[in-house]
Design a protein around this ligand. Structure first.
Ligand code: HEM
Length: 224
């Protein structure tokens, strides 16, 4: 089977790259939650990340490759599916029933748009130069003040709404992704598959709530 050409092969690649990306958002979530520990939490975390030096760029290239494969095949399979004959579309319709499954390509594109904005916001720091770390003094321990950049950003209701919409799209996307990968990889095993599907859905909801809590609690000044 040619992984890059056959439909099954491309679906397997999508599931595998999707799982790696979920690995990334898991680690990223833990890092982001350290904002609740104050500057000593997230600034120390960011400092350790940046101290990895060239490894950061290796990691970025791997991420870029994962995103490129996942998005390219996702859009390709969606377009092929749409262009398929009415008969096979009818079959597809009976198999794919949930809202999160039907909207995968749209939630995926919302996440992509968010990601571009997010990188310009926090990594390149050009969307809000007034509140970005490059323009803010180092913290008391001489670390880039990521805490102030994040908290000041989420004191802006518009930015918070953008993040919340994107996090809802992310939740829907991984809600389906985390409940379908076992089947896609051909590891369906009856009741244990049901358990993995159930846990996948719980994880998706948990990640969604945790990611949404960050901008929301900062906006509400519950965490300052
Ligand atoms: C509340 C939600 C989020 C917050 C507060 C947040 C925060 C941040 C911060 C502060 C950085 C810059 C880190 C630094 O350079 O020190 C960053 C980078 C990044 N974030 Fe997020 N993030 C959030 C959600 C997401 C999501 C959902 C994704 C993926 C879908 C994501 C993907 C990335 C990527 C790819 C980077 C660049 C990492 C690098 O520089 O190599 N983020 N984020």
């Amino acid at each position: 089977m040619n992984l890059f050409k056959s439909t099954v092969g491309r679906k397997i690649l999508m599931a595998a790259t999707g799982l790696c990306l979920v690995g990334f958002i898991s680690v990223h979530l833990i890092g982001n939650l350290s904002v609740f520990a104050g500057p000593d939490g997230i600034n120390a975390y960011a400092e350790h990340l940046h101290a990895l030096g060239p490894l950061v760029w290796v990691f970025r290239l791997i991420m870029l490759g994962l995103f490129a494969v996942h998005i390219t095949f996702g859009v390709q399979l969606y377009l092929e599916n749409r262009a398929a004959t009415p008969d096979s579309y009818a079959v597809q319709k009976t198999l794919v029933t949930t809202f999160s499954a039907k909207t995968m390509v749209f939630t995926g594109l919302i996440i992509l748009a968010f990601l571009l904005y997010h990188l310009l916001h926090f990594t390149v720091q050009i969307t809000n130069p007034d509140i970005s770390a490059h323009n803010i003094a180092l913290d008391a321990a001489m670390r880039p003040d990521v805490f102030t950049m994040v908290t000041a950003s989420f004191h802006n209701a518009f930015i918070v709404i953008v993040y919340i919409v994107a996090m809802i799209a992310l939740t829907l996307h991984i809600f389906h992704g985390l409940s379908s990968w076992v089947q896609t990889l051909g590891w369906s095993t009856g009741t244990s598959q049901d358990k993995v599907t159930f846990i996948g859905k719980l994880v998706a909801i948990g990640y969604g709530l945790a990611y949404i809590a960050i901008p929301l609690l900062l906006l509400a000044r519950i965490v300052k």
